[in-house]
Design a protein around this ligand. Structure first.
Ligand code: ADP
Length: 158
């Protein structure tokens, strides 16, 4: 039988409990989930790609169905290359919904063989946002409510 493969694309700068919660919810739906760090030239990251790969690997090391990768270029092209028919995205609120709706529509135009699947965040993670977490980390605040401990331990801010 054909494997059900999903790509969970994002910046993951850094990966948070919200992202991890979405993958955990999606695990029963797919045979494999590829958490894929997009190397988006337009975005200024706090963490290098190597640091993000290490963080994401650490976050999912206990999940055999989860693979970690990075990619450049279009998400649909990366999915095609990975033989993935699904793009997984998380929704926190209507703002995410509006934003994700346009990305999904554009991706469907680019490749109609790839379906976007949306899962709602757990309520306790709905306020978690990578850009606020970056500000907390840069200002040496306590980010322990937003990131797993094993990831916090990896983080050193220059
Ligand atoms: P992008 O820059 O592509 O938005 P992110 O790393 O910010 O990448 O997010 C990747 C995906 O995770 C997106 O679908 C986003 O909506 C979702 N996401 C981000 N934070 C949360 C959260 N706290 N709970 C659920 N989903 C989230």
């Amino acid at each position: 039988m054909k494997q059900k493969i999903a790509v969970f694309p994002g910046s993951f700068d850094p990966i948070t409990l919200g992202h991890i919660g979405i993958v955990e919810k999606a695990l029963p739906l797919f045979d494999k989930i590829i958490v894929a760090i997009g190397e988006n030239s337009g975005k200024n990251s706090l963490f290098s790609l190597d640091e993000k790969l290490k963080q994401v690997h650490t976050a999912f090391k206990k999940f055999p169905k989860v693979e970690v990768a990075s990619y450049k270029g279009l998400t649909v092209d990366f999915c095609h290359h990975q033989k993935a028919e699904f793009i997984l995205r998380g929704l926190r609120d209507v703002k995410d919904f509006e934003f994700e709706k346009s990305i999904a529509a554009m991706n469907a135009q680019l490749n109609n063989g790839i379906q976007s699947i949306f899962l709602m965040t757990q309520p306790e993670f709905a306020a978690i946002n990578s850009s606020i977490v970056r500000e907390i980390l840069k200002n040496k605040g306590d980010a322990s409510a937003f990131l797993p401990n094993e990831i916090l331990k990896l983080i050193t801010i220059k």
